[in-house]
Design a protein around this ligand. Structure first.
Ligand code: BV8
Length: 266
């Protein structure tokens, strides 16, 4: 397989965008990179010399709930002090302008919500860092958490855990069924793969499921034009190497209009 000659031509992409009625986006940690949040597989994927993916497991929580809560309290703190970037605002604005746009995101950082992305067109696949639990004040991000002050359920006093989906745990079945039904309803014209390494399943499967005869897959990622990705592309597909926070406002401008200086939209 090989891309068409215009695979990284923004004007050619705008033509396709202009004729697109149904758009699906699969976002990833790369979308929030410009907001200062580490990705999983990038350089920032390590926390205290541990792989983030090793701590995002029920086994890790079983073995050391204090450490796992410290990990999530740190991530809550970092995400709270971060802000949505122009990429988040462009997607939220596309949703307001195009009813048949659905945004799938495994990001638990709440930045889509803080960019006022309409909830009806956003599916948070892996939960959120902010299902509220008062006890753990994000300010105390570095001190080990004595087990006595780990959060417990006020009713049954059992240990409370972060409301995120860990590796080896199923995603919300009803949500997956609803997403598949949306994808299968009628042909999807454009699939945007934004800042994702597309290795974690089941999210990674949604882009292939949405591929129809006239569907174009658009990869927005600093690695998008690497040979490995170009080899997987079809003639209708596009690839734009760069920062999602810079590229998305440019790519979506015909529908969203130009952003203000602060990246937000009228
Ligand atoms: C399950 C929440 C079944 C917690 C997360 C099929 C094949 C192989 C493996 C599996 C399979 N099916 C299931 C598995 C196992 C596993 C899996 O996929 N493993 C992978 C590692 C191979 N999946 C699961 O375990 C899932 N559950 O299958 O359950 C089941 C069924 C019934 C009963 C029991 C079980 C659950 C997976 C969910 C895990 N939780 N997060 C938390 O956040 O702490 S996953 C977590 O990692 C994120 O949510 C996200 O999904 C993933 C990270 O991926 P990305 O977002 O893509 O980020 P990454 O760092 O990898 O890449 C960043 C990209 O951005 C890069 O490409 C980079 O180039 C780019 N980038 C960098 N800067 C920028 C940029 N792009 C644009 N702009 C920039 N500025």
């Amino acid at each position: 397989m090989a891309p068409g000659k215009n695979y990284n031509n923004i004007a050619a992409f705008h033509e396709k965008l202009a004729s697109s009625k149904r758009i699906l986006a699969l976002c990833g940690a790369g979308l929030s990179a410009s907001s200062g949040l580490p990705t999983f597989r990038g350089a920032g994927g390590l926390w205290r010399s541990r792989n983030a993916t090793d701590l995002a497991t029920p086994e890790a929580f079983e073995a050391d709930p204090g450490l796992v809560w410290l990990f999530y309290t740190y991530r809550r703190h970092v995400a709270l002090t971060a802000s949505p970037n122009p990429g988040h605002f462009a997607l939220a604005t596309l949703a307001k302008k195009l009813p048949e746009f659905l945004c799938l995101s495994p990001n638990v950082d709440n930045l889509h919500i803080r960019a006022a992305h309409p909830g009806s067109q956003l599916r948070l696949l892996h939960g959120s860092l902010y299902q509220p639990h008062p006890l753990l004040d994000p300010a105390h991000t570095l001190d080990p958490i004595p087990s006595a002050s780990l959060p417990t359920c006020p009713e049954c006093e059992s240990l409370v855990r972060p409301d995120v989906v860990w590796f080896g745990e199923p995603l919300d079945e009803a949500m997956l069924t609803e997403i598949d039904a949306w994808i299968d309803a009628t042909e999807v014209d454009l699939v945007l793969a934004i800042g994702t390494s597309a290795v974690v399943w089941p999210p990674a499967g949604s882009t292939e499921r949405a591929r129809g005869k006239k569907t174009s897959l658009v990869t927005v990622n600093p690695e998008a034009e690497m040979p490995g990705n170009l080899r997987r592309m079809r003639t209708r597909d596009f690839a734009f190497a760069g920062d999602a926070a810079v590229l998305l406002p440019q790519l979506l401008e015909p529908v969203t209009g130009k952003p203000r200086a602060d990246g937000t939209y009228k």
